[in-house]
Design a protein around this ligand. Structure first.
Ligand code: GRF
Length: 207
């Protein structure tokens, strides 16, 4: 059993999920993805999990009386699998206290803009339409706001005048796929300290 156990929550294509799977395999890290949680039973991310032999908890939110009700089911699954870190990777739902309280400081999200600019849906399109010259990617802890939790890491992406929206999306996704795995490594190594809104990343230990 790996010493550091991850659950990924996703709703769509799952390219970030795939990048994390590939990173763990390539680097032969002592980390494992023990569960995929998906609110869209037909999503492509589920195929990726099946190929990688990762258990899936797929659910239809409409079949539950409330958000709390399905989150309680999810918490049970997470506890059964002794999950250390929840990684939201394109999970298109706000989470409530049912998940945030037990996992505050142990749940992270990736957002395709330099927060606090352009929170919410279609952040890449929002930045492109606004005409900013620099946008980027943010990895942050999750609280119960929309993309408001303490920031762990950010990387900027320049928008060239000749960039189409599609080029910008590709550039952003490349950065996402690299920095999300880096942050997961830092957390697994115990190097990320959270104090109020400030996040400290300790230097890597030299053997
Ligand atoms: C990513 O851009 C991520 O930043 C956002 O949702 C998108 C998910 O893409 N939260 P994918 O499903 O990982 O391809």
């Amino acid at each position: 059993m790996s010493s550091f156990r991850i659950a990924v929550f996703a709703s769509g294509s799952g390219s970030n999920f795939q990048a994390i799977i590939d990173h763990i395999q390539e680097k032969k890290l002592d980390l494992s993805i023990e569960l995929l949680v998906c609110d869209k039973p037909g999503a492509k991310v589920i195929e990726r999990a099946e190929i990688a032999n990762i258990p899936v908890f797929a659910f239809r939110p409409k079949e539950y009386v409330s958000r709390e009700a399905y989150e309680q089911e999810i918490v049970k699954e997470l506890q059964k699998k002794q999950i250390d870190l929840i990684v939201l990777a394109g999970y298109m739902r706000l989470v409530t206290d049912t998940l945030v309280k037990p996992y505050y400081g142990k749940m992270i999200n990736i957002h395709p803009s330099l927060l606090p600019s352009f929170p919410g849906l279609d952040a890449i399109g929002q930045a492109y339409e606004y005409g900013v010259k620099v946008t980027g990617v943010t990895v942050h802890f999750v609280d119960n706001g929309m993309d408001t939790g303490p920031i762990i890491n950010q990387e900027s992406v320049i928008i060239e005048e000749s960039d189409t929206l599609e080029q910008l999306e590709n550039n952003i996704h490349k950065v996402e796929h690299r920095i999300y795995s880096e942050v997961i490594d830092w957390i697994a190594e115990g190097r990320v300290q959270l104090q109020d809104r400030k996040v400290n990343v300790l230097p890597q230990k030299v053997n």
